[in-house]
Design a protein around this ligand. Sequence first.
Ligand SMILES: Cc1cc2nc3c(=O)[nH]c(=O)nc-3n(C[C@H](O)[C@H](O)[C@H](O)COP(=O)(O)OP(=O)(O)OC[C@H]3O[C@@H](n4cnc5c(N)ncnc54)[C@H](O)[C@@H]3O)c2cc1C
Length: 260
Amino acid sequence: MEDFAPTGAAALWEFDDGMTDPARTQLQRWVGTPGMSALARHMAGGLAIKTSVLVTRVRNKGDGWRLDMDSPDQDQSASEGPFDALVLALPAEQAAPLLAPVAAALAVEATAARTAPCWAGLFAFDRRFNTPFEARRFGADEALAWVVRETGKPGRTGSEAWVVHASSAWSRANLDLTPQQAADALFSAFRVVVPEAPQPIWLQAHRWRYAFVETPASSPFAWDDDLRLGLCGDWRIGARVEAAWRSGDRLGAAMRSAFG
Ligand SMILES: Cc1cc2nc3c(=O)[nH]c(=O)nc-3n(C[C@H](O)[C@H](O)[C@H](O)COP(=O)(O)OP(=O)(O)OC[C@H]3O[C@@H](n4cnc5c(N)ncnc54)[C@H](O)[C@@H]3O)c2cc1C
C-alpha cells in the first residue's frame, strides 16, 4: 500500500479504538482516498473495463471464451468474445453457477466455499460529537461487528458520518429486512454503543450478500491450463482485501508462466 500513497489513492489512517490497553489504542490502517474505490480506480487506469453488466453465462466451444451479458442500460442482452482466457474474480457463490456448465471440478470448489452477508449502515449528522473512540470492533455475538467515524479517515470531507457493519449472525438473521428497516435497526444498535450520537440527518443501509469469507478454498487460486480458465478472489484465502490481492497476484504469475 505504501506504493499507492504517492499517487494520492491511499493514505495511512491512525485512529483510537478507545480500548483500555494503551498499547492497542492508537491503531494504523491503510485506506483508499478520498474513498475506498479510489484504489481500484487507480489500478484500473489505462485498462478497457466494462462496468454495470451482469455476466449470465460463459461458454467455450473450442474457439475461445464468450460471455453473455445483461446490462440495465440496454434492452437486449449482449455477447462478447472470443477471448483466449477467462478469469472469474467473483465471490464463490456467484462464480459457482457460471462454472457448473463448463468446469464441473472448479464449480465444486466454489460451492464448498462459504461467505457471510453483511448489512452496512451509513449515518450522517449535522454536527460532530465527541466519542471515546474513532472506531471499534465488537464480538461476533453482538448486533454490530464494527463502527467507525468515516469522516475521521484521511481525505474524507462533508458532514459528520459514521459507518457500521452488522455482525454476520445479525446480518443472516435479518437478511430479508428492507433497507429502511435495516437502517433503523442498525441505528438503534449504534445508539447503544455510541450514546453520544444525536438524531441523524440521513441514514441508509446496504445489504452485501457476499461480504466476508467464512470457509475459504484450499488453494490461493485455481488455473485450468486446458480450459484456460482461472479463479481468484478473497474466497480463495480469507476475509480480507489483502487476500483478494494475493490471490489475483498468484493467479497472474501462474498465467504468465502458462502463456510463456
Ligand atoms: C461492507 C464491507 C466492508 C468491508 N471492509 C473491509 C475492510 O475494512 N478491510 C478489508 O480488508 N476487507 C473488507 N471487506 C472485504 C473486502 O471488500 C473483500 O475482501 C474484497 O472486496 C474481495 O475482493 P474480490 O475481488 O475477491 O471480490 P469483490 O470485491 O466481491 O468483487 C467481485 C465483483 O464481481 C461482481 N460480480 C459478481 N457476479 C458477477 C457477474 N455474474 N457478472 C458481473 N459481475 C459480477 C460483483 O458485483 C463484484 O463487484 C469489506 C467487505 C464489505 C462487504
